[in-house]
Design a binder for this molecule. Structure first.
Ligand SMILES: Cc1ncc(COP(=O)(O)O)c(C=O)c1O
Length: 478
């Protein structure tokens, strides 16, 4: 209620707009209201396994439809029966394993270090590379930024650290800065949607600890000029982190397939750390990413260790204490099961799907592609509100990602989009959605008004709308 009152008091939105918005969001995010029993206190007697499993099966089977038919951007990067059954079997072997206790589960030490070594090897790292499996790209990025903050405080006495990120860098860098009290300098992109290196150079101060580049970035799928950025970092004696969350398991194979891929990894002198997401194009189950450092000393600043804690000697390489060992084992199993041959095959199919979609979009006069992407394709339009096109795509079952400034949307192609008929239906639905946007205008429900508002509402008011929606989302009584 508090946020709702503020929204109305501050005249951010009219009550009718808010109820339209919430009706749309209700359908999207709370579709099971009234359809299943609701549990808000612990039942006095346990509910039968059959009933519980039936509830879960019904909800999951609804939700499986949208990603299985290839209508979701990113999210499920593989989802083949072969890999899903491999996860299930690994889970049945390791349901309880916890890497916090390496004495009880030393196998996890072996599996994690082999995943780290395989990733380092893929990215031209040598025997000095150290790193860990984290629970996701965000945790890998948070840890790298914390590492640099502590390293430069210790080595150079920097107490007001700054990082330089491209405007296209993932929100996880902004989150890291907020969590760890690091100032962020955001640098604009050039006309190819890659960070402007001259502007990065001019942004460096005596407090800069690291430059960030993406290979590729989330919004546009374009690869920042990593080599040039790393040179700037070296000239100033600072670090260079590459966010290869999306590219770590695509770019090495794309290069082997003959695509012209610029240098982006430890091959580039000056790149000091890289994150790559095993749970994206590495095709491991969710809860798995890898952070790598060029040298063991840097890695030591990531690790938390306390030798004299009342509870005994305690150390953790990552943010969490206890965590699932299953994801480590499953990541190891998936990487070895696919091998280079498996990754090459899927990469080839994804990139060929990308080529088809890019070529077809170029034939649609109302649309334009932002940058020069390979498989994460950002689309905008000079003649039609792209958010309206996105809403009509949503009505056709597509879950695309809205982009702000410039307005647009993207699709991150995965193995799901390589399945028969999916790419053709994407283009067909895009053409139909454009027709709807021209003929019918903005639909009554959808995301267009919210995305549209981002162009003119001040940040504090946008934050207020988000806070209201998030409060509603996590309110179990609503
Ligand atoms: C380039 C990039 N970096 C970081 C992240 C964050 O990863 P996660 O959602 O696994 O935390 C993403 C997620 O899409 C990403 O695309």
């Amino acid at each position: 209620m508090i946020f709702l009152n503020k929204l109305i008091d501050f005249r951010v939105m009219a009550l009718s707009d808010i109820s339209n918005l919430m009706a749309g969001l209700g359908k999207l995010f709370k579709p099971y209201k009234g359809a299943f029993p609701e549990f808000r206190s612990l039942p006095s007697k346990g509910v039968s396994r059959d009933e519980l499993l039936s509830i879960l099966r019904k909800m999951a089977s609804e939700e499986d439809k949208s990603w299985k038919n290839g209508k979701v951007s990113g999210a499920v990067y593989n989802g083949s029966d072969d890999l899903v059954s491999l996860y299930e079997e690994v889970f049945s072997i390791y349901p309880l394993a916890n890497p916090l206790h390496p004495d009880v589960w030393p196998s996890l030490v072996k599996l994690e270090s082999e995943v780290v070594a395989m990733c380092a090897n893929m990215l031209h790292g040598d025997g000095n590379v150290r790193g860990s499996i984290t629970v996701g790209g965000t945790e890998s990025i948070l840890l790298a930024m914390k590492t640099y903050r502590d390293y430069y405080r210790h080595k150079k006495g920097i107490i007001e650290p700054e990082i330089i990120i491209p405007k296209s860098a993932h929100a996880a860098f902004l989150k890291a800065a907020e969590y760890f009290n690091i100032r962020v300098k955001i640098v604009d992109l050039d006309d190819k949607f890659r960070v402007d290196v001259e502007k990065v150079k001019n942004t460096i101060t005596k407090n800069t600890i690291a430059i960030i580049g993406s290979a590729p970035n989330f919004p546009y799928g374009t690869i920042d000029p990593i080599k040039e950025l790393a040179e700037v970092a070296m000239d100033h004696g600072i670090s260079m982190h590459v966010d290869a969350a999306l590219g770590g398991f695509i770019l090495p194979f794309a290069r082997k397939l003959g695509y012209d891929i610029p240098q982006f990894d430890f091959d580039v002198e000056g790149v000091t750390s890289i994150n790559l997401d095993t749970h994206k194009y590495g095709y491991a189950p969710k809860g798995s990413s890898v952070i790598l450092y060029r040298d063991p000393e840097l890695f030591s600043y990531q690790v938390y260790a306390i030798g004299d804690w009342t509870g005994g000697i305690y150390f953790t390489p990552t943010t969490l204490g206890s965590k699932p060992g299953f994801t480590i084992a499953a990541t190891w199993a998936v990487m070895l099961h696919l091998g280079e041959e498996g990754y090459m095959k899927i990469t080839k199919e994804i990139l060929e799907t990308g080529k088809y979609i890019i070529n077809e979009i170029k034939k649609i006069s109302e649309l334009k592609i932002l940058g020069d992407p390979l498989w994460i394709i950002a689309i905008s339009s000079d003649s039609i509100n792209p958010y309206v096109i996105m809403d009509y795509m949503a009505q056709r079952g597509w879950h695309l990602i809205g982009l702000i400034n410039p307005p647009g949307f993207h699709i991150a192609l995965t193995y799901r989009h390589t399945l028969p008929g999916v790419k053709e239906s994407f283009i067909n639905d895009l053409r139909e959605s454009i027709k709807d946007a021209i003929e019918k205008g903005q639909p009554t429900t959808g995301m267009a008004p919210i995305y549209g508002a981002t162009a003119f509402l001040p940040k504090d008011q946008l934050d207020l709308i988000l806070k209201y929606v998030i409060d509603w989302l996590y309110n179990p009584w609503e």
